[in-house]
Design a protein around this ligand. Structure first.
Ligand code: ATP
Length: 475
């Protein structure tokens, strides 16, 4: 990386001193004596850092920083202020400066600051590299499926994106994505972000069910140093991290009422207050949330705020369950078998006829995720090119269904009904019930799964997804 610094200083001697010092350290240093000239030089010198004095003839250094923030936000600016002129330093930082230096300039301090600024730039470049890589796997085409239900969903997403592209600003509407667990809600959220106007900015996700309520506020809104015992440093929250981009709130139905009130405030004021701070900070985030709960029912039960529900559901998307996608089940099964097969060095894996029948007849309570995970195991363990029922039966719940299907049609119907029940699908937002069952059975997964009417695999998945941890016993 070429490291170029533009020094804006009308004291010629000082400017040349700084230039010589930086050049001796292998930096490219260009000097100029006014903010206006600095702006002209931007295109030709393409600096990474602008080091500027404040009192310049014409436009001030602070004004220059403001202009640079607006036109070249990736650039790092550093303000040089007169000794004791702390107001200027504060103003510069508020205008978006990376740092400030007090005059007389200590060259050793300048060196440390340059290293720090270039270190930050490198990290940011790395982040944007990861972001680009992530974007490649997050577009619209990652949503496999051609069933009427999926085509309707894709059509709705396309229409939303088309309408958003006509918007004059990037203040994109809030979206709520509903659907059973594992149906692809996160994939839909990513498609909306990476196909939309905010695609070059961060996509930050948080699973509201996986973080204990007492930690969630600091995680989302950040905290100041010393705000609580473990707050050794000031930390940005995820909302601020997502500034300019999208904040994806997964399992939003798991937020408790106190956090719901804070989220509502964020949606209304577009600002955050870090824990331990009195200051509100403006943020520009697009909020997409997802849930497998029946939020309307939760509103009726007083468990979810009505005003928040309406705020979150400006645009609503429903992702269909896998069992309602007809031939997509096989399409996805072949897609995943191929995907995992290639990963494990087994290209050209195929299903036997029976295996396809079985896949098509099972009700997939864990939806696409269950299918994908099951096929990873099948691909890994496949002894030859044809994947038969025997390889699929590594998934106990599937084996049971198959056994029932061929032995007892009545039972199959029963299984399907059970699998379709709210409890299995997570449609009634089962965290309390899951926890209740686990507590009653002393965390016996088999017994709890039976009690809940779901498979053991499904219960294990839910435990992991909901971040449930068995409490330690105290003797
Ligand atoms: N239509 C699809 N095409 C390809 N892969 C899919 C599709 N739908 C889901 N997947 C894959 O299935 C897995 C689960 O999807 P995802 O995490 O988006 O589901 P979810 O609805 O957000 O789940 P949860 O409610 O548990 O958070 C992911 O690995 C995802 O890539």
């Amino acid at each position: 990386m070429d490291k170029t610094i533009l020094v804006v200083e009308d004291d010629r001697l000082l400017a040349e001193n700084i230039q010589n010092y930086l050049q001796r350290r292998d930096y490219e240093a260009v000097i100029c004596d006014s903010a206006e000239r600095a702006l002209e030089l931007l295109n030709t010198t393409r600096p990474d850092i602008v080091l500027t004095d404040n009192s310049l003839p014409g436009m001030s250094g602070i004004e220059l920083i403001r202009k640079l923030q607006a036109s070249a936000p990736n650039l790092k600016t550093i303000m040089m202020t007169g000794y004791g002129n702390i107001e200027n330093a504060v103003e510069a930082m508020q205008a978006g400066a990376f740092h400030y230096l007090t005059k007389p300039i200590a060259l050793s301090e300048l060196k440390v600051l340059m290293e720090k600024a270039f270190g930050t730039l490198k990290l940011e470049q790395k982040l944007s590299f990861y972001q680009k890589r992530e974007a490649e796997n997050a577009g619209f085409e990652t949503l496999v499926g051609g069933s009427p239900a999926m085509l309707a969903l894709k059509d709705r997403i396309t229409r939303i994106l088309a309408a958003e592209s006509l918007m004059k600003n990037t203040d994109l509407p809030v979206v709520l994505i509903e659907g059973e667990t594992g149906t692809g809600k996160e994939l839909v959220a990513r498609a909306l972000h990476f196909e939309g106007a905010r695609r070059d900015n961060p996509f930050v996700e948080i699973n509201c069910a996986a973080i204990p309520p007492q930690l969630l506020e600091a995680e989302l809104f950040g905290h100041e140093k010393g705000a609580f015992t473990d707050a050794k440093e000031r930390r940005l929250g995820l909302v601020e991290t997502a500034d300019g981009g999208t904040l994806f709130l997964d399992e939003v139905g798991e937020l408790d009422l106190a956090m719901q009130a804070k989220l509502l405030k964020l949606l209304e004021d577009r600002s955050v207050r870090r824990v331990g701070s009195a200051k509100e900070r403006k943020v520009d985030v697009r909020i997409i949330s997802a849930t497998n709960c029946d939020l309307e029912q939760m509103v009726r039960q007083g468990r979810f705020r009505k005003d928040l529900f309406f705020r979150l559901r400006i645009i609503s998307l429903k992702v269909p369950s896998l069992r309602d996608r007809g031939a997509d089940v096989l399409l996805l099964a072949r897609y995943f078998l191929d995907l995992h097969g290639k990963r494990y060095g087994k290209p050209n894996l195929q299903f036997s006829r029976d295996a396809e029948d079985l896949i098509a007849s099972y009700s997939w309570p864990g939806n696409v995720r269950e299918l994908k995970n099951m096929l990873e195991q099948a691909a890994l363990l496949a002894p030859d090119q044809i994947v038969s029922v025997a390889q699929l039966s590594v998934c106990p719940s599937l084996a049971t269904t198959y056994a029932r299907r061929i032995g007892d049609l009545e039972n199959t119907r029963f299984t399907r009904q059970t699998d379709n029940s709210e409890e299995v699908s997570g449609g009634s937002c089962g965290k309390d019930k899951v926890l209740g069952a686990l507590e009653r059975t002393d965390w016996n997964v088999t017994k709890s799964a039976r009690m809940l009417g779901i498979t053991r695999d499904m219960l294990r998945y839910k435990i992991e997804k909901m971040g449930l941890v068995r409490p330690e016993r105290h003797s």
